[in-house]
Design a protein around this ligand. Sequence first.
Ligand SMILES: [Zn+2]
Ligand SMILES: [Zn+2]
Length: 411
Amino acid sequence: MLGVPNAVVAVGVAVGVGFLLYVLMFGASSTGVIGKLHDWMCGCYCLRPITRRLCGPKCQRALQRAEDVCCYRPNPLLQLFYVALMAGGFYLFYNKSLPLVPNPRLHIIHRYNSYLVMSGGLFIFVLASFCDPGVITAANLHRFSRVPYDKVLYEPRFCRTCQVPRPARSKHCVICNKCVARFDHHCPWLNSCVGERNYRWFMLFLLYHSILCFYSSYIHARIIEHLALDVHRLDQAHYYDETGTPQAVTVLQGVQYLFVHHNMTMAIGIFCLVIGFALWGFWAYHMYLIWCGTTTNETFKWGDLKDELRHRMQRKQIERGEKVTKKVEVPANIYNQGLLTNLAEVLVPLSSRRANGFAPARSIGGAMLCFPCRAPPPGDTPGEVEPDAEPDETDSDDGAGLPGAKHAHAD
Ligand SMILES: [Zn+2]
Ligand SMILES: [Zn+2]
């Protein structure tokens, strides 16, 4: 029989693997310890000293090139890993767990549900991976220019690579090499940016897969209950101690017995529970960001701004000989419009709504299709690009008549 330490090691390994997967999956868009751990793991910093010693500089360069391709260029490696994980998980489930469904504790409906739930997961994965994240081009710029610059995190700027003025809340993704509206983060699992247009599908992906994992854990828990009580009758089992007295089997001994005889079923159930909580935690974190009216990218920016303001304040306090304090006031986040409005902007992105939101945005400086050029390229006429005479109330996708789309200059 599996000893207690072995059962603890098995659970520890499942939790450890789940934690490492969580860091790899979501660390890129996390701040704090998880983010640092992810950078350390993905940056191969942990392997560099070892590879340098073992393989020499040539191998080191090859590894760095591989790291560059895997971590800093668009590639489907993690997408393929997701598909392999789902396929492998379902293969094990099909062979080890599904033959035990139905049973007196699990209705036959769960047998058919499992196919449906897995197909749904793959469908949402494809949707989140291949849906446009909100790539900004000259033709659709007006659609993404409906929020004003806050002059704190965002100033009017021009993207030289994409040759478009950068709307507020957008960012040029160095991996995709595109400007993306309401940029949240680049998700290697989706091999795509998460931005204004696909943030809702990304959230659905997290929520759906966490529910999928919890559902799988529930199915496995009922299968294990069936095996323990109906098949092995562990509740009635007993053993003889050293004195020959019959003793009832304890819960821990029952769990050990099940680990020995149904290790795969137990492992799948525990693994799904760990991953389910990890996914749910990440979804809850993003719900918190929505509640605060911010994005992952902006969380980093707010953090940097706070640090900078604190350092400035503390420098002044030291110069004046005052007591150094840590608390610092940061400007208000104008993009936080309250939970319901923030949520509505995620579910129905501003760029997908009818165009009557464009004129009010322009009136408060949102539609910066006409910001002044600071350093006009040689040969170009210096000066400001003229704004439209009439506010754009049409719902046009071609960008025709939008001066910034065709005539904006680089700063
Ligand atoms: Zn760009
Ligand atoms: Zn990207």
